[in-house]
Design a protein around this ligand. Sequence first.
Ligand code: NAD
Length: 291
Amino acid sequence: MKIGFIGLGNMGAPMAANLVKAGHEVTGFDLAAPMPEGVTRAGSAAEAAKGQDVVITMLPNGAILRAVAEEVIPVMEKGAVLCDCSTVDVDSARAVAEQAGAAGLGALDAPVSGGVGGAAAGTLTFMVGGGDAAFATVKPLFDIMGQKAVHCGASGAGQAAKICNNMILGVTMIATCEAFALADKLGLDRGKMFDVVSTSSGQSWSMNTYCPAPGVGPTSPADNDYKPGFAAELMLKDLRLSQQAAEAVDADTPMGQRAAALYETFVEREDGRGRDFSAMLPRFEKRGREN
Ligand code: NAD
């Protein structure tokens, strides 16, 4: 397939590289990042998008996605598909899909989980919103860049799935970290805590797969001095998107709201920026009840 790829940062570059390795012809555009080997550099987003079967975007946020979409939609050929893999707000995803549809294009919102490691290994999970035909067109590319692509529903459903998942993740990580910090103060050994909780009803991905306590459970960023992994500021971004969406549809999400507030404090007023999101554990460790 002929593919345009816009936004070749930490995630986009390895995703594009995997498409090249699988034999696809990829033309890329990024404002700053270098092109991975085998990707032809275009001079603009429009130039990267023109004449392609599929245009993939992997950008920082919804405002940038909207600006790039304005530029590329008019030059894309009818029947081509615009597939956004960034994590953005549901409203931007739907607005871009509507604009693409009006121009005779297919459109998908297809945010990912799996992080930079998953992007490099081609093991991402795609959560996809949009029409059946567009999904069928891009599915072979999802299969190269990832191990699973779930068609979640109409436009916006992929972003909805992503922010709901990450709201659960943020909340369970905080709960897991505060429970470890409480266990410490109660004199409970962390290894024993893991043995019990990971096989009991308190288990979760945060405990079982990504344990925030160093030297306990499987290897995780906690064992690498909390270097990300999944950075606290990216978790904050996703929690904010979840709360923005919850406000828009009048959904009561008290735990998500609290998690967003805690990560905001951690990232913007404490030492959380640049650390893995599981570094909430050393944060709680240092604190008492009233501070
Ligand atoms: P990044 O900042 O490394 O990459 C974004 C790239 O977009 C940069 O190279 C930047 O130069 C480029 N860019 C910005 N504006 C542009 C424009 N107008 N035209 C062309 N290029 C432009 O970010 P990332 O970590 O690759 O994340 C990309 C997206 O994936 C984000 O939406 C993020 O939330 C999401 N995501 C990231 C991770 C992760 O672990 N890093 C995991 C899941 C999802």
